[in-house]
Design a protein around this ligand. Structure first.
Ligand code: MLT
Length: 407
């Protein structure tokens, strides 16, 4: 008899953003004439830049001719893109990352979800709360989370981010093996300083632990005293894997391109405490299960690293940050507590009420979609997340509607 992976039964019946989409679609069917403004899922609204599109078109044309056509590419990604990433995203900030430590992929969601496969089932996992649901759900699927008591999973160590700790979790009270961190944070929008990140790197080194550092929103950092990469911290190369994405940086949510950095020094241990290279393991996993990102997409991503590409991308992100400022100012006007939105597209808002009820209230009274904080974990209760990804006119209108609905 074919049996299921019963760990799947411990998951919520649908993924957070699928549940939101279902509720919004039900509301829209009931009220087809209402103009709904979506500030929920962090999906970009600005198109690919001119420079990206030109490179994309050129590469598509190359695919049309026998002498320039490309079949399977390297599973790790083309060197032309990996070289640019190493130089612009790491070496520029003093982080000594080489192109062959970079694995191009089709998304940070896939990579942050898949990476747990290379670790033991008995790994003790520390996960922030609130958190991007992928980290937790994929560990639940793999049987690493234990039983769910109605609130939390018994084997997960929750790293609480609350108003009291300024939404930056403290180091775990007990030794853990695997730590997920995300900065600028999704969902709270909070950022971490170099001294604070240094304490995590030191913790990982002392405990032979590994940090999975999700920096998908790095491009929103506008203060260079904040770390762009965990590899700016001395010693991080031995204890951290970093995830980046072109989705929010350059509008690639539909085009799909991201990358993961697995330094060659980064080790994990077998049952005899012998070290093994995570670079080799991830390479083995990717070459078996992944066939690479398409050549035209990688050429489009490469174009971001030209002078024009860098300026275009900065301009787009400045626009989203201007939206975030509109959101923050409107919340200040109505005296709501919030965090984020200064180096992040997300604003984390305290409502003090049930977050799904607040979500429904904003949908019904303002026709604005937000994300209920509870969907990101227990510490998200009483919060909502508002995303700055939309056109400025929509953000302005949405915030006027929210102000009216709440006053
Ligand atoms: C979010 O809204 O949290 C993100 O868009 C989700 C994602 O990047 O997968």
């Amino acid at each position: 008899m074919i049996k299921i992976n019963e760990h799947y039964l411990k998951l919520k019946s649908s993924y957070l953003f699928s549940e939101i989409a279902k509720r919004v679609s039900a509301y829209q069917t009931q009220y087809p004439n209402q103009k709904i403004i979506k500030l929920g899922i962090g999906d970009v609204t600005q198109p690919l830049t001119k420079t990206c599109i030109q490179a994309f078109h050129k590469a598509v044309d190359e695919m049309a001719h026998e002498h320039t056509f490309k079949g399977y590419g390297p599973e790790q990604g083309y060197l032309f893109l990996r070289e640019k990433i190493a130089a612009f995203d790491f070496q520029k900030y003093g982080a000594d990352i080489s192109p062959d430590e970079i694995f191009i992929s089709d998304g940070a969601k896939c990579d942050t979800g898949n990476i747990q496969e290379i670790f033991s089932e008995n790994t003790c996992v520390a996960i922030p709360d609130p958190v991007y649901p992928v980290y937790l759900d994929t560990n639940v699927m793999a049987g690493r989370a234990g039983m769910f008591d109605g609130q939390r999973f018994e084997r997960i160590v929750y790293l609480e981010s609350t108003k009291e700790n300024n939404y930056i979790p403290s180091l775990p009270q007990k030794p853990v093996d695997l730590i997920y961190l995300c900065f600028p944070n999704n969902p709270t929008g909070s950022t971490i300083t170099k001294p604070m990140l240094t304490s995590w790197v030191e913790y990982a080194r002392e405990n032979h632990a590994l940090i999975l550092y999700d920096a998908a929103y790095e491009a929103f950092i506008r203060d260079d005293s904040l770390p762009h990469s965990i590899y700016e911290i001395p010693g991080a190369k031995e204890v951290a894997i970093e995830f980046r994405s072109f989705s929010k940086t350059a509008g690639f949510t539909g085009t799909r391109c991201a990358y993961t950095v697995v330094p060659k020094q980064c080790m994990a241990y077998d049952n005899q405490a012998q070290p093994h290279s995570l670079h080799a393991l991830w390479n083995r996993r990717q070459t078996t299960k992944f066939n690479g990102v398409s050549y035209p997409v990688q050429r489009a991503a490469e174009a971001i690293y030209t002078e024009e590409g860098q300026a275009e991308v900065k301009h787009i992100i400045d626009g989203y940050l201007a939206n975030a400022k509109i959101i923050r100012d409107s919340l200040t006007d109505i005296e709501y507590h919030y965090v984020g939105g200064d180096h992040s597209p997300y604003v984390w808002v305290y409502t003090g009420t049930d977050s799904w009820e607040f979500f429904d209230l904003l949908l019904r009274k303002a026709q604005v979609v937000c994300t209920p904080g509870e969907g990101f974990g227990m510490c998200g209760r009483g919060y909502i997340r508002i995303s700055a990804f939309n056109h400025i006119e929509n953000v302005q209108e949405a915030m006027q509607r929210i102000q009216r609905a709440l006053s």
